[in-house]
Write a protein that binds this ligand. Structure first.
Ligand SMILES: [Zn+2]
Length: 190
């Protein structure tokens, strides 16, 4: 296992984890199916403003609940070991972006685990969307076994995976079960 990791380090497959500076800021630019057109908003200024889909991998990591960070790193490492090229598409996102996704039929909730903030309003996402940068949500991800691998790695890292839900959300992993959402939503004032 260790040797395998070293071998893969040699081929650069683990580059995304160990050298985030070299990673693309986002896996999707022209084809940003998540929230295209939502570049910046007068309501979201400052350090945590702008399009959170386009934040660096580092910033996406920082926008997550401290307990979620090492678990997602575990998932990324596990997927890389299997030969995939995982990237975090979304860590945190604003309620405004969430509502837009819901209106577009890309989400079934107006407040999600991605929208959680600390008391002072700084992002504290309980979820991450992890895709293979070669395929994003396109059919090759399924054909190449990426979603199944993500589900297995989520389970191995004690995360909840959205791929088994009634409305499957295959790129999605979260820290706590769905029944916790109501409480977090209230705590965030929504
Ligand atoms: Zn998600």
């Amino acid at each position: 296992m260790h040797q395998q990791l070293l071998d893969q380090l040699g081929t650069g497959r683990l580059l995304l984890i160990h050298d985030r500076a070299s990673a693309p800021a986002c896996g999707m630019d022209a084809d940003d199916h998540e929230d295209g057109g939502h570049r910046s908003s007068s309501k979201s200024e400052g350090r945590w403003g702008g399009n959170s889909a386009h934040w660096s991998q580092e910033k996406k990591l920082e926008s997550r609940h401290p307990k979620l960070r090492p678990l997602v790193q575990g998932v990324l490492k596990g997927l890389s070991t299997r030969g995939f090229q995982p990237i975090i598409f979304y860590g945190w996102r604003s309620v405004e972006v969430q509502r837009k996704k819901q209106r577009e039929g890309k989400s079934h909730v107006t407040f999600s685990f991605h929208n959680v903030t600390n008391q002072d309003g700084t992002p504290c996402s309980y979820a991450a969307d992890i895709v293979d940068q070669r395929w994003n949500w396109e059919p090759p991800a399924q054909k190449n076994g990426y979603w199944a691998a993500l589900g297995a790695e989520a389970k191995a890292n004690n995360l909840y995976w959205g791929g088994t839900w009634h409305h499957p959300d295959r790129a999605h992993v979260q820290l706590v079960p769905n029944e916790r959402l109501k409480h977090l939503r209230r705590a965030c004032g929504y």
